[in-house]
Every structure is written in C-alpha cells, then in structure tokens.
Design a protein around this ligand. Structure first.
Ligand code: GLP
Length: 260
C-alpha cells in the first residue's frame, strides 16, 4: 500500500487542480486510486497524520475526505484497526422479464443462498395489505420478512405479505417462498414490479452491512395467479451497489398494443 499511497498523495501535493476544495481533491485522488486498482479491497489507508504530512494538508481536511468516502461505501472504518478499502461487491445482473425467485436467481449463478429471519407470523392486515391482497379486516395476513444472503453477503431485505388462507403457516416455508407456494399450487405466474431509488435508513443499512444513507433500491412486487388473483405483495430493499436490473426493450410493431 505505502508506495501507492506515496504516489497518490504526491500527485495531490503537486496538482494545482481547478481550485476545488482540498478535501474534494483528496477524496478524488483516493477514489481514482481505488478505481485504477492502485489500492485494492482490504488495503489499509495510512493514518490521518501520515496522509496529512504526505499531502501537506490539515488533518481536519483528511478526516472530511475520508468520512465522505466511508459514507459512500468506498472505504470502511474498523474501530481500533483503522481505515481500509471496502471489499468490492460483485454486481448481480438481474433480468426484469422473468418471474423468478431469489433462490433460483442465485442458484443459477452458482451462489450459495441463505436467509436470516426477521419476522414470520400471522397478523391483522395493514390498510395497504388489505387493499393489495383483497383482504377484509377480519382476515389475517401472513408476513415473511427475511434478510437474503448470497455467498455470505447480505443483498436484500424482503418483506412479503400473503393472505393467511394461502400461507397459514409462514414459519413452515423452508428456504424458498416460491417453492412452498409451488407445492400448494399457488406459485405466481405474473408479477408487476416497481423499482425506485431509496437511501438506506440506519437499521436497513446495518442489516445490509453498508453505511447508512447509501443508495439502495426499493422494489415492490405484486404477483398474480393464473386466475388473476393477487397472491404476493412484497416490499424489498436491495443494495444499490450489488444489483443491475436489465430489461430488454423492443420496438413495438405497427398496431401492436403497448400495455403497462
Ligand atoms: C424475489 C422476489 C420476491 C419473492 C422472492 C421469493 O426475490 N423479489 O418478491 O418473494 O423472490 O424468493 P424465494 O422463493 O427464494 O423465497
């Protein structure tokens, strides 16, 4: 690390970049070094004092740049042992045209899947759940909330809600909700998925092992049986640094109906 560090900070010292604030210049030098592979995942950053001396800037400036990079997920800080380049996430490319389960998606990529339970049980439905699942206030909703983990990396928090008449024992689904639904003839055949940007709150960020406030994806899936009945209402938070959602687009032919 130290040779690379010398190089980075010497560059910074000599550069007369654009008059941008010093902490931004330092942040960019470190970020460039990570992107160019001069310093790699797991490498330790020199101490604040060393950086300040090498780059000839104040420790306050160094702290500001480093804190920004920690917030952005480029660096991580471990109490007592220092600051390191964050492990690189291998991004998962996910097609938006197939109705698959998390277990199937990860198995296809040869990744080991597991889940940590956050909640499972039968509850009085919320107004949203009643509306989407078509439940009345005297019916129950089955909730299944899991942290989804692939190759030991937490990728998503998924909170699924189904009618209790379809899933009377949410604790009994085993490792795959869709496999359990398949067994009872309730596997969905169609879904509408809505994806929006979300900054991760403290507790979600902690579960996903990323800094709070970092960009994530909020995904809502409403899935249907062949009969047209809604079977699943799932709200998830995915790590923004781990997923690329890919959709194939085609020019619609003349007279072809464009449906949502
Ligand atoms: C995906 C979907 C969820 C669905 C889940 C089922 O991740 N976004 O809406 O509930 O798959 O996955 P599994 O069958 O592995 O439990």
């Amino acid at each position: 690390m130290s040779e690379a560090a010398d190089q980075i900070f010497a560059t910074l010292k000599q550069s007369s970049q654009s008059g941008a604030p010093l902490y931004l210049q330092l942040r960019k030098s470190i970020e460039d070094a990570v992107n160019r592979g001069l310093i790699g995942p797991g490498d330790a950053l020199p101490s604040e004092r060393d950086i300040a001396t090498k780059a000839d800037i104040s420790r306050v400036t160094v702290r500001k740049a480093v804190q920004d990079l920690v917030k952005g997920g480029i660096l991580i800080q471990r109490h007592g042992s220092g600051t390191f380049v964050a492990p690189r996430m291998e991004r998962v490319e996910q097609s938006l045209s197939r109705l698959t389960s998390f277990t199937e998606d990860m198995a296809r990529r040869g990744m080991a899947v597991r889940s940590a339970w956050l909640d499972r049980g039968l509850y009085a439905p919320s107004p949203d759940e009643m509306m989407v699942l078509g439940l009345s206030s005297n019916e129950l909703v089955a909730r299944v909330a899991r942290l989804r983990i692939a190759n030991d990396t937490p990728l998503a928090i998924e909170r699924a809600a189904l009618s209790a008449s379809v899933l009377p024992d949410p604790a009994g689904i085993g490792s795959s909700l869709y496999a359990a639904l398949e067994l009872t003839g309730h596997r969905p055949v169609r879904a509408v998925q809505r994806i929006s940007a979300a900054n991760l709150g403290d507790s979600d960020a902690r579960l996903l092992e990323v800094p709070p406030g970092i960009a994530g994806l909020h995904i809502e899936r409403i899935s249907y049986l062949a009969s047209g009945k809604v079977i699943e209402f799932t709200r998830s938070i995915y790590r923004g640094d781990a997923y690329d959602f890919v959709a194939e687009l085609r020019l619609s032919g003349p007279g072809e109906e464009v449906r949502p």
